[in-house]
Design a protein around this ligand. Structure first.
Ligand code: HEM
Length: 410
């Protein structure tokens, strides 16, 4: 059998590439070919994906000498910080210690405490939108606005500095705003300097924000996060928590528009929002399949197949999320009442499980509920078939999602 070229292409928005279901059934741990011509492996079944995410012989560093050439979208480079960002905090033992400390701050309680702020930001953004008229772009005017305001709260950034910080953050994380690899490097440097200054200022007067908490937290042996670790943490929060939440929000609305009967269900039963967000993340997942890429540091047996040391492996959370053995024979259908939706793995699994999951859930739940409550006539402004989906290596989402809130003739 000739190796398939990865990533696979979708025929319609959110429709899984046909290769996934075939592979899950016939060759769940299998070889593929990358655009560079180099071979790699994909893992497609839910159980194998979870097993792979907890396998300690997989490393996140996929740009070792001799490794498969993976294009980052900027260039087929092995030095790209896109893939090896984070240094000491991205791999064990540094990651294990870092995670033990930061997990004390990123709790469900912390997300609950932030919920009223998230609600207030949502309403403010909607006020700004309403003041401009009854048409807006759900991506630029809403989805990209909320997560960065929440991150500014986490970091305790003063109101007057927020526009400057937001611009820097957008240049760093938003692929749609970068035209070259050099620009990404510049933005990384800019955010790094800003973070160092912010941390120095906080050290002089700790506030009640999460960054202050991270500065003060101690590990079991009383050690604290170093300046370098704190700067990496700020950058990581932006890299992991800004665009991801924005595009997942956009996908959620696009998925609802593509499935009007489900939009009606949610309007009629707003109490479903918790389960609805899980199902929207499962079905309308923002990841493309490249985000969770690993390198095998030893021969690894997975699903009865031996993956050789040195192999580059893509662990497909998206394919796992469509596995019929977990989500039922209708896994391809969006069903906001699906009880198994809470088993979705769009936040990953294992030691790198999304640190901001509770916060992201609160953002999605508040944003979707409040938008639907505020705009009873919210609908696409134009044909859904005209919506252009951006699909870079990491994320899959509508570039623009024009909507109208104008009252419908009844
Ligand atoms: C809906 C929005 C989000 C999605 C879909 C998402 C998804 C993910 C995924 C799949 C990973 C794991 C990557 C891997 O295994 O290598 C991850 C890790 C992470 N996420 Fe999220 N994320 C979201 C929002 C956020 C937010 C709001 C924050 C914080 C402000 C955040 C912070 C992080 C951090 C720090 C990590 C790295 C954890 C580690 O390496 O131990 N994420 N996220």
């Amino acid at each position: 059998m000739t190796a398939r070229t990865y990533p696979f292409t979708r025929n319609r928005p959110f429709e899984e590439p046909p290769e996934w279901s075939w592979l899950r059934e016939h060759a769940p741990v299998s070889t593929v070919k990358l655009a560079s011509g180099d071979p790699a492996w994909v893992v497609t079944r839910y159980e194998d994906v979870r097993a792979a995410m907890t396998e300690q012989s997989f490393s996140r560093t996929i740009n070792r000498d001799g490794a498969a050439r993976v294009s980052t979208g900027y260039q087929a480079d092995k030095s790209s910080p896109v893939f090896n960002f984070g240094g000491s905090i991205s791999e064990p033992p540094g990651h294990t210690r870092w995670r033990r400390i930061v997990a004390k701050a990123f709790t469900q309680r912390q997300a609950d405490v932030m919920r009223p702020r998230i609600a207030a930001h949502t309403e403010d953004i909607l006020d700004e939108i309403t003041a401009r008229g009854d048409r807006f772009d759900l991506m630029a005017d809403f989805a990209y606005q909320l997560p960065i305001r929440v991150i500014c709260d986490l970091l305790g950034i003063e109101i007057e500095s927020r526009p400057e910080f937001t611009e820097l953050a957008a240049k760093l994380t938003r692929r749609d705003m970068q035209s070259s690899f050099a620009e990404f490097g510049e933005a990384l440097g800019g955010i790094g300097r800003y973070a160092a200054m912010l941390i120095a200022r906080k050290r002089r007067a700790l506030g009640d924000d999460l960054l202050s908490k991270l500065i003060a937290l101690k590990d079991e042996d009383e050690s604290q996060l170093s300046n370098e670790e704190l700067v990496s943490t700020v950058i990581l929060l932006l890299m992991a928590g800004y665009e991801s939440t924005a595009v997942q929000l956009g996908n959620a609305f696009f998925a609802l528009f593509l499935n009007p009967s489900q939009l009606t269900v949610l309007r009629e039963r707003p109490e479903l929002i918790g389960n609805a967000v899980e199902e929207l993340m499962r079905w309308g997942q923002m990841g493309t399949g490249f985000a969770v890429a690993k390198s095998a540091t030893a021969d690894i047996e997975l699903g009865g197949v031996m993956i050789p040391a040195g192999a580059t492996v893509f662990i497909s959370l998206g394919s796992g999320n469509r596995d019929t053995s977990v989500f039922g024979v209708d896994a391809d259908v969006l069903d906001l009442t699906r009880p198994s939706a809470t088993s979705q793995i769009a936040f990953s699994y294992g030691p790198h499980y999304c640190l901001g999951a509770a916060l992201a859930r609160a953002e999605m739940q508040e944003a979707i509920s409040r938008i639907l409550a505020r705009f009873p006539d919210l609908r696409p402004d134009g044909e859904l078939s005209d919506v252009v989906l951006a699909s870079n290596l990491f994320t899959y989402y509508p570039r623009e999602l024009p909507v109208t809130t104008a009252e419908r003739a009844r």
